[in-house]
Design a protein around this ligand. Structure first.
Ligand SMILES: Cc1cc2nc3c(=O)[nH]c(=O)nc-3n(C[C@H](O)[C@H](O)[C@H](O)COP(=O)(O)OP(=O)(O)OC[C@H]3O[C@@H](n4cnc5c(N)ncnc54)[C@H](O)[C@@H]3O)c2cc1C
Length: 380
């Protein structure tokens, strides 16, 4: 059997790529190794800017509408900001991902669940091997997550990533999220609503023992009393801070989502960029099949890369000087951050216009020498 495109991975990136391709009339096979719905470790927070990219009916997947929240320092002191309208939505990933895959199937995508992608033989017509047999395709899309088998066959390895742990417990946050900095060396801890429960976790690029930091964090938190940290699970979140770290694929084998490192290095937000990346990839394949990789790269450089690069610059400063970042983040900065989640602000503007306030905060509240300040200004 021959397809226009075989997509590996039924997460947000793969399901969206398949849906957009099918909408444009391509013959698409979507391969997912697990039976759906499948578990995916994730806090499930969608920034509101994703909603125009979602299929009709997405509202029924929403467990909690988030209007803002608290930015804390080590769970001890907090800034709070709430908007009248939602800035983010919480979903359950197993149900949300199945919804996205079903939407692709409704548009004409053929789905093979419980099917493992094994390898491909390159060529104008690719031979894609799975544990259920071999199919042919003009394009192969690797949307197979952090450990991407498609990407590894192309020779890619992951270099930058957060190590993350998460568990769910009783709790009631209603319409707000809690993000705490100062807890890990480079990254943050979170408490997000999850229906009637809460998701508690942390993500760090440091080398600390994530589980013991999580236990300590939950034991000492001022706002919320947790039960025991039971059944915490860990997973990796890749990210990039420069254009050269994008892993987009080669010739007619293309990557998207975590497989391509399309995740922001400040928050580890990957669902929005995976879904948007899927749309851009589908457009590139259908608009100019003979030049799809180049076109995909151009679209990503325009619509996604600036966000990721400038989120990385903010992360570099904020996670190096966490107390100064916390001190400056009240009021105006939080306001703008919530706007960013709604798609009304950009990381570039946040960085450029926030840098002066950040340095002021560093000078006022941290007793660092002028040499360090000079260093930061030179990174601009
Ligand atoms: C603890 C934690 C919390 C997070 N919280 C958030 C959050 O709140 N908001 C946010 O935006 N992002 C969050 N992220 C990041 C987010 O989960 C990922 O960026 C997102 O899932 C990427 O989507 P994807 O489709 O690229 O990959 P995935 O969702 O990982 O999907 C990949 C799919 O490919 C399948 N697959 C893999 N290999 C094969 C194979 N060989 N054959 C067939 N199928 C295969 C897998 O079974 C899987 O279904 C979090 C991550 C973690 C670890």
């Amino acid at each position: 059997m021959k397809y226009d495109v075989v997509v590996v991975g039924g997460g947000p990136a793969g399901a969206s790529t398949a849906r957009y391709l099918s909408q444009k009339g391509a013959k698409v096979l979507l391969i997912e190794r697990r039976k759906l719905p499948r578990f995916k470790l994730c806090a499930g927070c969608l920034s509101a800017r994703i909603t125009p990219l979602l299929p009709k009916g997405w509202e029924s997947e929403v467990l909690n509408k988030v209007r803002g929240g608290l930015l804390g320092f080590r769970g001890e002191v907090f800034h709070e900001k709430l908007e009248p309208e939602s800035v983010a939505y919480i979903v359950d990933r197993s149900s949300f991902d199945r919804f996205l895959v079903n939407s692709a199937v409704e548009e004409g995508t053929v789905l093979w669940e419980e099917t493992e992608f094994l390898s491909f033989e390159p060529g104008g017509t690719l031979r894609v091997k799975t544990d259920k047999g071999t199919v042919e395709a003009n394009f192969l899309v690797g949307a197979d997550g952090f450990y991407t088998r498609v990407g590894r066959q192309l020779g890619y390895r992951k270099e930058k990533y957060f190590r993350s742990v998460e568990f769910w417990t009783e709790g009631d946050l209603r319409d707000r999220v809690v993000i705490d900095i100062g807890v890990v060396k480079r990254g943050y801890a979170w408490i997000f609503p999850k229906g009637d429960m809460v998701s508690v976790g942390l993500a760090t690029t440091g080398k600390e023992n994530t589980l013991s930091v999580l236990k300590d964090y939950t034991a000492k938190h001022k706002l919320i009393k947790f039960g025991e940290v039971k059944k915490a699970k860990g997973w990796m979140i890749p990210f990039i801070t420069s254009e050269g770290e994008l892993q987009l694929g080669k010739e007619n084998v293309l990557l998207v989502g975590d497989a391509a490192n399309l995740v922001d290095p400040l928050l580890g937000e990957g669902i929005y960029y995976g879904v948007l990346g899927g749309r851009l990839l589908a457009e590139a394949i259908t608009e100019d099949p003979s030049n799809a990789l180049t076109l995909y790269g151009e679209k990503l450089r325009k619509e996604i890369l600036p966000d990721l690069i400038y989120a990385g610059k903010i992360a570099q400063l904020a996670y190096s000087f966490q107390w100064a970042a916390f001190r400056m983040a009240g009021g105006f900065t939080m306001d703008r951050f919530l706007k960013l989640l709604r798609g009304e602000e950009s990381y570039i503007r946040l960085y450029r216009e926030g840098l002066y306030d950040f340095v002021k905060s560093l000078l006022s509240f941290e007793n660092f020498s002028h040499i360090i300040i000079d260093k930061i200004l030179r990174r601009r």
